[in-house]
Design a protein around this ligand. Structure first.
Ligand code: T5A
Length: 244
């Protein structure tokens, strides 16, 4: 995939892109929800206007798509329909959630975005990546994240964590072990090859992974996250150290 137009790409329907768009990705059970929550605590404690979101979801259209694609296990949804429904949700997500937040100068931290489509519908379902890229660009108006943090975990370990947490398989997870292994391998490729992505080992305990994520963010965005904003320690969320 090309990175053209990634950072600073214009917002659909115009306006200045003032905020940051950070995405956390990875297989089921990789720890995305856990890590996004901790990042939000840390950012807000520094006075950073951070907001969270998840895909599919985040809008009424997105939540409806989520229900159809994940909960309705009896539906026989083909790969092409699955792709287009995900992208229908994404178009609403970008227009109604991401673009306004970036216009307002917020730091948007999203649990999943377009790497999920490349990993699941591309590497997992076998749909051509170049077609997905074109359709995805149409849905997003060309908007891409500033940084994608890919939590790298073997699919089996992620599923084991979900079982430990009592989470039932959804329709996509029920596609089987080989499918989920292809998804995990796809994520590894995306995380290693895409210029706006960083691959993070998600096998250690929660706090260790969180430290790694915070270090990457401070490194990538000295402003507003570095330059005297205090340490990256996970306990407890840091007050900003440069406050008057
Ligand atoms: N999808 C989505 C597509 O196919 N295409 C697309 O374009 C998009 C956007 C979404 C589904 O939709 C598909 C992919 C998915 O199948 P979802 O429910 O939003 O589904 O996503 P899941 O990945 O299934 O969400 P989970 O909540 O199950 O996984 P998380 O968020 O990665 O993991 P988390 O944080 O909830 O943690 C799971 C358990 O592990 C523990 C936690 O405490 C929790 O119990 N845990 C750890 N344990 C040990 N060590 C660690 N480091 C741990 N981190 C967390």
């Amino acid at each position: 995939m090309s990175d053209s137009g990634a950072r600073g790409a214009p917002l659909p329907e115009g306006g200045e892109r003032r905020g940051l768009f950070i995405v956390v990705e990875g297989v089921e059970g990789a720890g995305k929800t856990t890590q996004v929550s901790l990042l939000l605590d840390w950012l807000r404690a520094q006075g950073v206007p951070a907001v969270r979101a998840r895909e599919p979801g985040g809008t009424p259209v997105g939540e409806a798509v989520r229900e159809v694609l994940l909960e309705r296990r009896e539906l026989d949804v083909g790969p092409e329909s699955e792709l287009l429904l995900m992208l229908a949700a994404r178009a609403a997500f970008v227009r109604d959630v991401v673009a306004p937040a970036l216009r307002e100068g917020r730091v948007m931290v999203s649990d999943r975005f377009d790497f999920s489509t490349f990993a699941y519908q591309g590497y997992g379902r076998g749909l051509p990546l170049d077609r997905i890229r074109v359709l995805n660009d149409f849905a997003t108006g060309g908007l891409r994240p500033d940084l994608v943090l890919v939590l790298d975990l073997p699919a089996g370990q992620g599923r084991a964590r979900q079982i430990g947490a009592g989470k039932e398989e959804d329709r996509i997870e029920a596609a089987g072990v080989d499918f989920l292994d292809r998804v995990a391998a796809g994520y590894r490729t995306l995380g290693a090859e895409e210029p706006h992505a960083r691959l993070v080992d998600a096998t250690p305990e929660v706090e260790v992974v969180q430290e790694a994520l915070r270090r990457i963010l401070v490194d990538h965005f000295p402003e507003p996250l570095g330059a005297g904003r205090g340490s990256t320690t996970t306990e407890p969320s840091n007050p900003r150290t440069d406050a008057p």
